[in-house]
Design a protein around this ligand. Structure first.
Ligand SMILES: NC(=O)C1=CN([C@@H]2O[C@H](COP(=O)(O)OP(=O)(O)OC[C@H]3O[C@@H](n4cnc5c(N)ncnc54)[C@H](OP(=O)(O)O)[C@@H]3O)[C@@H](O)[C@H]2O)C=CC1
Ligand SMILES: CC(=O)N[C@@H](CCC(=O)OP(=O)(O)O)C(=O)O
Length: 347
């Protein structure tokens, strides 16, 4: 059994990790880390775990935890892991970080967009960007630190990746319009996320300044083979879970539906968690909810010579905890989908 510790188990992403790991045949949760609920029953905080979890919340002492577990998931705010990570910890245990601390290779870019000083940039180069469909060859039993991609970025990157990589679209024209349910903002109380602010409403935020912009640019830039600059506009919508992205770009040449479909199929036909939908079917968040799937599709607009690419995923599963478990499986040489055979739920 893989012994697991979760720092930030009491947050939305951490609690989703608990839900997934309870069903994982080879993982055992040893540590439910918290900051505000130390010594309280975990199942008193999230009553969906009543009679399923019999454990109290522990503190966030990474040094003590590293002696006891094989892997630590940090589902904590930006800057937390960078502030506590040491070489000693990494020598004892593996880490899958759900925050953005190690996702961006250029520390000055991280510091500019996040507005915080990175406390341990010496580990940035070592961290592997854990987008399994693209980087699985870099993740193995020797890997110590995974920078788990987040919800908007996973959806945005996987939706456009094949066409950027194949040079079918002009990367300089890419526009990513994204929508998220409110669980994407975490469990902490914030006025813009109160019921009356969100219900019956839809609003853009972080326009031209959202911190996921450089992450998408960096990763799609690797696919393009050169630096990219994009527009990324997130919106908050009155749903619990779900990310929907609609991406627009100019085509480099005239292409048919069949040609583009063949490209998507070439990249994703063997990918269990990426589903390329049939012609004319647009991805919807409700068809991926509770699962580790990303649904993608596209429509060519011959009138404007642009292509519209679409993707949908569950922000807490493929956008966070599910992807983190996928990475854990690779880190321990397990079949990548172990514990992740989750059928989407509806209604
Ligand atoms: N929500 C989502 O859809 C996604 C989130 N993420 C990322 O996952 C991480 C967690 O997000 P989310 O679960 O939404 O956030 P939440 O606000 O719901 O949870 C944050 C967690 O971190 C703990 N925590 C907060 N501050 C500290 C601290 N100083 N020291 C130790 N623990 C602390 C909290 O503990 P306590 O509650 O006990 O105080 C809580 O368990 C973030 O980095 C986020 O960007 C990534 C992808 C998707
Ligand atoms: C709705 C909402 O507020 N969403 C969050 C994204 C949370 C997340 O996924 O952050 P990381 O991918 O960086 O981990 C936001 O826009 O900041």
């Amino acid at each position: 059994m893989i012994k697991v510790g979760i720092i930030g188990a009491t947050g939305y992403a951490g609690a989703e990790l608990v839900r997934l790991l309870l069903n994982h045949p080879q993982a055992e949760i040893k540590w439910y880390g918290s900051r505000s609920y130390i010594d309280q029953n975990f199942a008193d905080i999230y009553r969906n775990f009543f009679e399923l979890v019999d454990a109290s919340c522990m503190d966030d002492n990474m040094e003590a935890l590293a002696d006891q577990v094989d892997v630590i998931f940090t589902a904590t705010p930006q800057g937390y892991l960078a502030g506590v990570l040491t070489e000693e910890i990494l020598q004892k245990t593996k880490i899958v970080d759900l925050s953005a601390d190690y996702r961006i290779k250029d520390v000055s870019v991280y510091e500019k967009w996040y507005g915080i000083t990175h406390k341990s940039p010496q580990f940035i180069q070592e961290a592997v960007y854990g987008l399994c469909e693209i980087n699985r060859n870099l993740i193995n039993e020797q890997t110590r630190l995974i920078a788990n991609p987040g919800c908007y970025t996973t959806c945005s990157i996987l939706t456009a990746y094949p066409l950027v990589k194949e040079g079918l679209i002009d990367p300089s024209t890419l526009i990513v319009d994204a929508k998220s349910g409110t669980s994407g903002a975490g469990r902490g109380a914030k006025t813009p996320n109160l019921f009356c602010e969100v219900n019956e409403n839809i609003k853009a935020y972080g326009v031209t300044s959202h911190r996921h912009t450089p992450e998408i640019e960096e990763q799609l830039g690797y696919a393009a083979g050169h630096e990219m600059t994009i527009n990324f506009t997130p919106h908050l919508v009155p749903m619990n879970r779900g990310i929907l992205v609609t991406e627009y770009a100019s085509l480099m040449k005239k292409v048919t539906y069949e040609e583009v479909k063949a490209v998507y199929d070439r990249y994703y036909k063997d990918e269990k968690f990426v589903r390329v939908l049939p012609q004319g079917v647009c991805p919807e968040t409700k068809w991926v909810e509770g699962s580790n799937y990303v649904d993608v599709n596209f429509v060519i607009d011959e009138r404007t010579n642009r292509i519209v690419m679409m993707g949908a995923l569950d922000n807490l599963v493929k956008g966070a905890a599910g992807q983190a478990v996928q990475n854990m499986n690779l880190l321990f040489g397990l079949e990548e989908a172990t514990g992740l055979n989750l059928v989407p739920c509806f209604p």
